[in-house]
Design a protein around this ligand. Structure first.
Ligand SMILES: C[S@@+](CC[C@H](N)C(=O)[O-])C[C@H]1O[C@@H](n2cnc3c(N)ncnc32)[C@H](O)[C@@H]1O
Length: 242
C-alpha cells in the first residue's frame, strides 16, 4: 500500500502563512512537488492548482492533494494556463530548477508568470552554495562535476538580491523577505553524494568513474565527521503585483 506523503512542518512556509494572514483565495503552486503541495493542501484555499513539467511526479501528487488540479505543463509554452490568474502564487525552488528543464528560461520566467498573478507572490529559493573551500563546498562541487560528466544539466541557484530585482522588473512589488540559514548534516551530505554516485554509470570513462567513486566515499567520510553545521541559506521573498 502506498502511504501518501505527509506534510512536515517547515519554517519557511510558516513565515509565508504569517505574512499572508488567514485569507487564502485561488492558489497556484507554480512548480509543485510533494513538500509544497502537501503544505498548500493544508491551507483554506478556494481552489488549488499545481504545475509540474515532470511526469514522474504525476503519480504521487494526486494522492497528496486529491482535490487539487494537477497540471503537467512547460512554462515556456505560451498556451499553458492562458488567461487564468490566482490570488496567491507560490514559486518554491523553481528558479534554481529551471535550467535543468528549459535552459536560460529562468531569466524570463517571472515575466511569464506575472499575468497569472493577481495578488501575492511568494518565492522560495536557495542562495548559491558558499564557494568557501569547505568540505560541504567540495560535496556540492563533486555532485555538480558528476552531473556534468554524466551529460546532464545541473540546478543553478541565484542570490536573493538578484531575484528581488527580477521580481521588481517583472512588476512584482517586494514587500518583505527573510533569510533562513541552513543547518546541514548527514541527510544533506548523503543526499548530494548519492546524486553524484548515481551518475557514475553514465561516465564515458570507466577509470574516471571508479576513481570518482572512491573520491566520493572519502569525501563522504570526511564531510560526515563534523556533524551538523550552519552552512548556506534559503530565502523567502513576499511580493504583490502592482
Ligand atoms: C525543485 S522542484 C520544486 C520543489 C517542490 N516545490 C517541492 O516542494 O518538492 C521544481 C518544480 O518546478 C517544475 N519546473 C521546473 N522548470 C519548469 C518549467 N520550465 N515548466 C514547468 N515546470 C517547471 C518542476 O517540474 C518541479 O515540479
Amino acid at each position: 500500500m502506498i502511504v501518501p506523503y505527509q506534510y512536515r512542518a517547515d519554517a519557511l512556509f510558516e513565515w509565508i502563512e504569517r505574512v499572508n494572514g488567514p485569507i487564502w483565495g485561488d492558489a497556484l503552486d507554480a512548480g509543485t512537488g510533494a513538500h509544497s503541495l502537501s503544505w498548500m493542501a493544508t491551507l483554506p484555499t478556494r481552489s488549488l492548482t499545481a504545475v509540474t513539467v515532470e511526469d514522474w511526479r504525476l503519480g504521487e501528487l494526486p494522492t497528496i492533494a486529491p482535490s487539487a488540479r494537477i497540471v503537467r505543463g512547460e512554462w515556456t509554452d505560451p498556451a499553458l494556463l492562458h488567461g487564468e490568474a490566482w490570488d496567491q502564487v507560490l514559486i518554491d525552488y523553481v528558479i534554481g530548477a529551471i535550467d535543468g528543464h528549459a535552459p536560460y528560461f529562468q531569466y524570463d520566467y517571472l515575466e511569464r508568470l506575472r499575468p497569472h498573478c493577481r495578488g501575492a507572490v511568494y518565492l522560495v529559493g536557495l542562495e548559491p552554495p558558499p564557494r568557501d573551500g569547505s568540505l560541504l563546498d567540495q560535496v556540492c562541487r563533486t555532485r555538480d562535476a558528476c552531473i556534468l560528466l554524466a551529460g546532464h544539466r545541473m540546478y543553478r541557484e541565484y542570490p536573493s538580491a538578484l531575484v528581488q530585482r527580477w521580481m521588481e522588473r517583472a512588476g512584482m512589488r517586494v514587500r518583505d523577505m527573510k533569510v533562513f540559514p541552513n543547518r546541514v548534516g548527514a541527510r544533506f551530505v548523503n543526499g548530494q553524494l548519492d546524486v553524484a554516485k548515481r551518475k557514475l554509470p553514465l561516465f564515458a570513462d570507466r577509470g574516471l568513474a571508479e576513481a570518482m567513486g572512491r573520491q566520493i566515499e572519502q569525501l563522504r567520510a570526511a564531510a560526515l565527521a563534523p556533524g551538523e553545521v550552519t552552512w548556506g541559506a534559503d530565502y523567502v521573498i513576499a511580493a504583490d503585483v502592482r
